[in-house]
Design a binder for this molecule. Sequence first.
Ligand SMILES: C[S@@+](CC[C@H](N)C(=O)[O-])C[C@H]1O[C@@H](n2cnc3c(N)ncnc32)[C@H](O)[C@@H]1O
Length: 238
Amino acid sequence: MADDRQAHWLNAQTALNYARAAVQVGLWASERILIHHTFPNKSAKILELGCGGGRVGLGLAKEGYHHLTVTDFSPVMVDITKGVFAEASMAQSATIEIANACRLTYPDRSWDGVVFAFNGLMCLRGRTDRVEALAEIYRVLKPGGKFLFTANDREKGEHVDLWKNESVLPGCQKGDRWHETDSTPVFMHSSTESETRQELLHAGFKIIQSPLRSEVALEDSSVKKFAGETRFYIAERP
Ligand SMILES: C[S@@+](CC[C@H](N)C(=O)[O-])C[C@H]1O[C@@H](n2cnc3c(N)ncnc32)[C@H](O)[C@@H]1O
């Protein structure tokens, strides 16, 4: 069993899979709806964390958001995202760079929006990292700025039955688990809605809404194959 909880994200095959999703899956219907709802102004200054292969970043650029910075802590993800944008002739549409969500180097109150799509916050090394990332996201958002993300849900997600009998691993919190993938095992946290709401409130956020993806839109089969049920959270820095 791997013990580096972030190694999966540094793996070239993982990056290739996420680049493929950027090209073949694109924005989910639910993401498109909630992005427009959360960021009605296309001139909003938006920071994407955990961009993977650029799926959401490219989607945002195609939707016309033009003050866009697309980031990941993983150099291989950043490189492949640059390639995905270039292939789509959109290399000039965003700044694409390395950023670790737990240690952002951006100034206080500098973004209108932060996006951490498809469970990125749950892919950190554990609760300490999540607390640090939420504090950093809060710090870099302008007052009134919005944070949009998803978290896989232990009570409503695709692994509900598995969670019922799951014991807590040594050195882990309930909801922490290694999952098999077709590249390397991935360490992820799955939360309940009430736990993630508590973490957001603790960081100072006001919670606007937290619908399940299936409550926002029906997704096509390519989306469902790429990503199971998950819960969106939209929060605001007051
Ligand atoms: C499940 S993938 C989602 C990728 C992409 N957002 C998407 O929707 O296709 C999670 C992403 O979070 C990134 N990530 C993990 N830890 C991170 C950290 N500490 N800071 C920033 N990004 C991180 C991973 O490299 C990976 O690209």
